[in-house]
Design a protein around this ligand. Sequence first.
Ligand code: RIB
Ligand code: CA
Length: 312
Amino acid sequence: MIKLIIDTDPGVDDAMAILYAAAHPKLELIGLTSVFGNVPVATATRNALWLAELARLGIPVAEGAAVPLEQPLRPHPDFVHGIEGFGHLPPVTPSQQPDPRSAAQFLSETCAASPGEVTICAIGPLSNLAAALALDPAIVRNAAQVVVMGGALETPGNVNEHAEANIWNDPDAAAKVFAADWPVTLVGLDITEVVHCGPDDFARVARNAPVIGGFLNDAVQFYFDFHRARHDIDGCHMHDPTAVITLTDPGLFEYREAPVQVTLDGETAGRTSFGGDCPAARVAMGVEAQSVLAEFLDTIGQADTALGLRQS
Ligand code: RIB
Ligand code: CA
């Protein structure tokens, strides 16, 4: 089993990724850390706590950065994920409180407690990971690996033609994470926009797993509306779950080993490109999209049973 912390800004596709990880037998989800991005950080923390409760995980949720390292906070994209983060759904009301530690402290201490065993999967802006590197440089040795959903290497961005949202929201943090000497897998729009899920897919998982699939089917409708309007597809891109699926099914992807650099300012701020003098990252550049989709749908379709939310 892979011990996993997900650093997240939930977010509809973040919810897909977290619930996929919660239900998957190869993954032991041991904590969540929250970050601004799709929603303000307080909303991200609240949503992460609620997702952990929905899946009855009993894991800590540590709150992280409210703003980027250097640049001003950009507007939250409520037209993509809804004002509360889960589409049209009303605000969720978790009963648990966040962990008293900051996200950076939690990442540092959890990796140090099990050196070489904990994978960090970042599916929001990289501000918490940069803060953890500053707080505890030894985290580069203590973390097993880092998987990042972010970037657009040989495909256009999604906030503008240059930049993908997670990198654009904090390019300075991304540059620090790519410069650090730890194993980084980068999962960007080059492949996440190739993996589409449609209304029939989510309707089916809602029937098979009424609690987990039912929630995702409700939340995703708003996300579908955005994709119909912006991308002209009847469905949605599967950004964040695809990053987690590189952990459970690495053979479904083709990778290029190369350094990745980030443009820090100017008109192309947030752009990611091959080159520079960072350590080489493992960049996912090819994907068996239908197999990734099947893997996601199978796991979510069985999630209620896997999580003990109903009898099989
Ligand atoms: O560009 C896709 C990423 O930005 C995903 O993490 C999604 O949740 C959005 O924040
Ligand atoms: Ca996200």
